[in-house]
Design a protein around this ligand. Structure first.
Ligand code: AMP
Length: 198
């Protein structure tokens, strides 16, 4: 929609899940295990993965980093990569929502195994339970959206990711976005906040 290159570190791992075990090196196998438990993947693996894709940072339409950085160490590595290419961030979006609502959203999320469309069991249910409206594919729950993994993810967020708000506020690039309402409301709010900064 924005014409920007979308680089999601979580999507890269989900794609790696379909590799045969013999095609995945030990670092990826370890990363997939951490992901299943809801833990963060170690910084070195994530930073190496993003570094292999630095051409995305030079995309003519701009870029959108999704789920990266998640630790101060990753943010420092990103600053170094951007510095090498002479690029600066337009802004860092921080979606704000109370923890109970986050848990409700994650635990009710269902994703189409075929086309990756996203639903919610109560907020955005499919017409037929368990079946994707768009392609009739099977709707599945991400392993890391199960209650035991969600608890670990929330703790990882508090300990490792929340400090990034202070890091980016100090750089003047933090844009807090209230994440209430529908996905369309949130997109609209995000675009307005980005335009207001120009
Ligand atoms: P996401 O789709 O962004 O919620 O990421 C799903 C999972 O992938 C996370 O819970 C982590 O296990 C792993 N992951 C994705 N991005 C990162 C990152 N920047 N740092 C550490 N782990 C990550």
């Amino acid at each position: 929609m924005l014409g920007a290159c979308h680089l999601s570190t979580g999507d890269i791992f989900r794609a790696a899940k379909s590799l045969k075990p013999c095609d995945c090196g030990p670092a990826v196998a370890e990363a997939l295990e951490a992901m299943r438990r809801g833990e963060l993947v170690v910084d070195n693996t994530i930073i190496a993965m993003v570094r292999e894709r630095t051409r995305c940072l030079r995309c003519g339409g701009g870029f959108l980093l999704d789920g990266f950085p998640r630790t101060v160490g990753q943010a420092e590595a990103l600053d170094a990569m951007l510095g090498e290419s002479g690029i600066r961030l337009d802004g860092v979006l921080s979606y704000e929502m109370n923890i109970q609502e986050i848990v409700n959203r994650l635990s009710g999320r269902r994703t189409c195994a075929a086309c990756k469309a996203v639903y919610h069991v109560t907020g955005r249910p499919p017409r037929k339970s368990g079946i994707c409206d768009a392609c009739r594919g099977e709707l599945i729950q991400r392993e890391d959206d199960r209650p035991e993994s969600i608890r670990v993810r929330m703790q990882a967020y508090e300990e490792n990711t929340r400090p990034l708000a202070t890091y980016y506020a100090a750089q003047g690039s933090l844009i807090p976005v209230p994440a209430t309402g529908t996905p369309e409301d949130i997109l609209d709010r995000t675009l307005h906040l980005l335009v207001d900064r120009q």
